[in-house]
Design a protein around this ligand. Sequence first.
Ligand SMILES: *Cc1c(COP(=O)(O)O)cnc(C)c1O
Length: 354
Amino acid sequence: MNNTISDIKITKCQSSKINEVDFENLVFGNIFTDHMLLCDYKDGVWQQPEIVPYAPFLMDPSSKVFHYGQAIFEGMKAYKDAHDDIWLFRPDQNFDRFNKSATRLAMPEVPEEVFIGGLKQLIQLEKDWVKHGNGSALYIRPFMIATGHGVIAAPSTEYRFMIILSPAKSYYSGEVKVIIAEHFSRAANGGIGAAKAAGNYSGQFYPTKLANEEGFQQIIWTDDATHTKLEEAGTMNVFFRINDVLYTAPTSERILDGVTRKSVIDLAKREGIQVEVRSVLVDELVQAAKDGSLKEIFGAGTAAVINPIAGFSYKGEYFELPKMENSFAQEIKTKLTGIQTKELEDTFGWTVKV
Ligand SMILES: *Cc1c(COP(=O)(O)O)cnc(C)c1O
C-alpha cells in the first residue's frame, strides 16, 4: 500500500505545549496535539495537504457547513507498544467508511494518500504525545466540512479535510443506565444514519438531554417505523447477551457499521462465544430481563471500546442487569485492547504500524 506522500508541506510550531499537559488527568477529547493536517478541495481537485501548528482558522460566515450541515467525521485510535512503535487499528475501515459518508453527503472522496498517508506523517510528528500502556491512546479525529461560500441550498464546491489528534486515557463513563426510545429516532430508512455525519449527533442531543434529566446516561435507539427493534446505544453499536448467546442487530441504513462492532463479532466467535447477528426485539429483551436470561448489554465503539450497561428502562419500568463475574464485556474488552496495544498477538492482521 503506497500511501505515504512526500509532498505534504510541514510547518512546525515554535514550541511544543506537551510539557503543560497532565497526561494522568485527561478529559476525553479536550486537549489537542501541536499540529493538525489540512487539505482543501477546490476547482474539482484536492490541493496540496499541509501539516501546520494547531490553531483556529477563518471561515466565511456563509460557508455551507454552518447552514446545511455538510460535515462528516471519523474516530480512530493509535497506541504505542513496549518498543515505542505506534499502531493504528484497522485504519482501512475508517478510510472506506469516511468516503462512504462523503458520498452520502454529496462531498468529494478523500484520496488514500491524504487520509492514511497524511495521518501517518502527522502521527510521526506527534509521536511523543502517544503514551504507553494502561489505556493510553491517541484519539484521532479526521473530518471534512463544506467551506464553500453562499447560502444557496446546494452542495458546496469547496471543502476542507482535516485531522486533529487528542491524547486519551482509557475511557470510563461510570455506571451507564439507558432508556429505550419510544418516540425519538436517531436514524430512518433512506436517511443518513449509516453515515458518520455531524447532523446525526446534533439530532441526538435533545432526546439524550431529556433522558439525562430522568437519570439515564444514554438512549437505546429503536427502529424509527415501529420502535420495536433495538438498534444502537447512544453513539455505539449495541450487544445483548441472553443466556450464553451474544446478539447484535445487522447493519442497515439506520445502523452505523462500527469497526468495534465487527471486531467484537469476530473476536467473540474466535473465543468460542455463540454470536447471532439478528434484530433483537424490545419485547424479547423485556421478557429476558424478567425471566433472568438477560445477562449483559454493552455498547461497542472506538472511544470506550466496550461500555457495559447497568440497566434499562422501558415504558416507565426499570430493569437492573445482574452483576456478572466473568462477563463477555470484560473478556472481549481485554482481548480487543490487548490486540490494539500489541500486548496480545494480532491473529486477524488488524493492526497497522505507523
Ligand atoms: C462511530 C459510531 C459507532 C461506532 O463505530 P466504531 O467504528 O466502532 O467507532 C457506532 N454508532 C454510531 C452511531 C457511531 O457514530
